[in-house]
Design a protein around this ligand. Structure first.
Ligand code: 1CP
Length: 370
């Protein structure tokens, strides 16, 4: 079973922007409509990192196991993906996986350490390290991810978002060897050996593109390219060192007709370039009001965001006010996917997120163009 609308008709994945099925009496899922800037029956909402430590049912299922092991177990990964959908009634599911899954599967010495994040035993620092790269074959290297997607495509009644790490952000982990505040080693390689940097990010673009295409073929109905740490770059640095590889991924997906979401943190000065890379939707963090983001990206791309995740730790009255102010920023125009400006914080009370979903569905309805 694929996603069912109220009338029980089946929507196939990969439906293009000009083929909503609306004329056939099938209601397009609000999430997909909003991604393409079309009127929807409500403002759709989902949360980055909606699966995870804020959910007691997640902690019960994950216990002490390694996250990469959980991802390698399709039944478990599918269940972790479904948990927040059931609890919150969000308009989209996001695959339970991680941005380092392909490079870990390619044998590059990548692991994910609890409480820290991705670490790389031998970081990439020079041209010689390029020899460690090889083409990524999703069906062979990560069959378990595609199996998870297939399970979910049969279970979900909202669209599944597949995702990959953008070349810059994945390269930053490979070069730094772990999470970084300054991205010093990354910037050193970028500026002192641009050829090696381009070869590295180009290979990672091929990897992300193959991975996302395979996820869509398996049933994902939208994709998000996480360039989480692109905000570390100036606009000139971004255009030289991150944009070409991100564009290769996004433009390489154009023929699939699924919405392409492009997201980063601290990217206020990069939003126009991120839109121009070939995004249908640009993710915005909480630092930039959505009305300002709209002016920066122009009319076409939809916007996703942008409640500050830390606001969800405040009393409900505050959360309510801030949600209303995010909704008001776009004046009810179509093309808004409500989300946080970055991932759910682990200390968030799930009941608050459930109330956010209800509020967005209730109060966003009037202005969603329907
Ligand atoms: O064991 C654990 O539970 C560790 C925490 C965790 C989780 C729940 C990690 C380690 N990854 C994940 C899953 C994950 N990662 C998801 C699916 C869950 C969901 O969204 O519902 C997604 C979409 C990601 C993507 C991801 N991983 C990003 C992009 C999103 C973002 O936060 O900007 C990044 C940067 C990573 C790297 C990563 N993996 C894990 C951590 C703690 C980190 C960040 C480390 C750092 O600060 O650099």
């Amino acid at each position: 079973m694929r996603t069912l609308d109220a009338g029980g008709e089946t929507l196939e994945p990969g439906r293009g922007p000009h083929d909503s099925g609306a004329g056939a009496g099938v209601e397009e899922p609000p999430f997909l409509a909003a991604c393409f800037g079309r009127p929807a029956s409500r403002v759709p909402v989902w949360f980055m990192r909606q699966a995870g430590r804020s959910l007691p049912e997640y902690r019960a299922l994950r216990r002490d196991g390694a996250i990469l092991d959980a991802i390698r177990n399709p039944e478990l990964a599918a269940e972790l993906t479904l948990q927040p959908v059931r609890r919150y009634g969000v308009d989209a599911a996001i695959l339970f996986s991680d941005i380092v899954v392909p490079v870990a599967a390619m044998g590059l010495g990548v692991d994910v350490v609890a409480g820290r994040g991705p670490v790389v035993a031998e970081p990439f620092r020079s041209e010689a390290d390029l020899g460690r790269l090889r083409p990524f074959a999703p069906e062979i290297d990560t069959p378990y991810v595609l199996e998870t997607v297939r399970i979910l495509a049969g279970e979900l009644d909202v669209p599944l978002i597949g995702f990959a790490g953008a070349p810059f952000t994945v390269a930053s982990y490979l070069v730094e060897g772990g999470p970084s505040r300054t991205f010093a080693a990354t910037k050193r390689l970028m500026t002192s050996d641009p050829e090696t940097w381009h070869a590295l990010t180009d290979a990672l673009a091929e990897t992300a593109l193959a991975f996302l295409r395979a996820q869509v073929a398996a049933g994902a109905r939208a994709v998000q390219l996480f360039d989480s740490w692109a905000g570390a770059l100036s606009p000139a640095q971004y255009r030289a060192a991150a944009l070409p590889a991100a564009r290769k991924v996004l433009e390489g997906l154009a023929d699939l007709g699924v919405p392409r979401i492009h997201f980063g943190v601290g990217t206020g000065e990069l939003l126009a370039d991120m839109a121009a890379a070939g995004a249908d939707v640009v993710g915005v963090d909480w630092r930039v009001p959505l009305s300002v983001a709209r002016r920066r990206v122009g009319e076409r791309p939809a916007l996703q965001g942008n409640l500050d995740p830390a606001i969800c730790l405040a009393p409900w009255e505050v959360v309510q006010r801030e949600c209303r102010s995010v909704l008001a920023e776009l004046g009810g125009e179509p093309g808004h996917v409500f989300n946080l400006g970055h991932g759910v914080l682990p200390e968030t009370d799930p009941d608050i997120l459930a109330r956010v979903v209800d509020l967005v569905h209730e109060e966003g309805r009037r202005g969603s163009g329907a």
